[in-house]
Design a protein around this ligand. Structure first.
Ligand code: FE2
Length: 207
């Protein structure tokens, strides 16, 4: 995390980066804007939306977003082959003409990093817990811009102040607001209550 922070000093209003983590897959399923990346249907439903912008505030149509997250039990699909369908919690999206993106999913939960190796010994020696607060991973790319690897963190998640891997940056903490209004739900192709999170992504110029 220290190396990541040194290598990705953020200029101007650009979105801050954070660690890639070990659960990214290079073959995420391509999905259309508005699709659900949750293929199981358990856990609190939510919608994530926002725009991909340049540092000058102009929309970046066609920006690519690679997203991945744990399920409501704190596991990624690759940790539970045969339990979760492959590609659950993952998706590749292309931002629209206005730079906008949105997709449906479930609110992920916090999870422990594996403690059965040297990292476990390190955590024990430093008297630190192994938990990471709830988050959704992003890699965002657009021509002429620096690739951004980041997460959004669910505001109010347990461990938001003590992430085992020190990856939380305040600007990445995002409110997931409960929505009960059926008309709003219908706008997102949902029925019943859900949570709505808005996260604009600002990319730095390449040079
Ligand atoms: Fe993660």
């Amino acid at each position: 995390m220290l190396v990541e922070t040194i290598n990705n000093r953020t200029a101007n209003a650009a979105t801050e980066s954070t660690v890639l983590g070990p659960f990214h897959m290079v073959t995420s399923p391509r999905r259309a804007l508005g699709d659900s990346i949750d293929l199981v249907g358990t856990g609190p439903r939510c919608v994530l939306e926002g725009r991909v912008l340049s540092a000058a505030g102009t929309p970046l149509p066609g920006a690519e977003l690679d997203v991945w997250q744990a399920n409501d039990q704190g596991f990624y699909d690759v940790q539970q082959p045969g339990v979760q369908p492959a590609g659950n919690g993952r998706g590749l999206f292309t931002a629209g003409q206005d730079g906008g993106y949105w997709f449906r999913t479930i609110v992920p939960t916090y999870y422990p990093i594996p403690t059965d190796g040297p990292v476990g010994t390190l955590l024990q020696s430093t008297k630190r817990h192994p938990y990471r607060p709830a988050h959704i991973h992003f890699i965002v790319t657009a021509p002429g811009h620096r690739t951004l690897t980041t997460h959004i963190f669910v505001a109010g998640s347990p461990y938001i102040e003590s992430d085992a891997v020190f990856a939380v940056k305040k600007s990445l903490i995002t409110e997931f607001t409960p929505v009960g209004d059926p008309a709003t739900a219908a706008r997102y192709g949902l029925t019943g209550p859900f949570q709505l999170a808005n996260f604009d992504i600002v990319l730095q110029p390449e040079n």
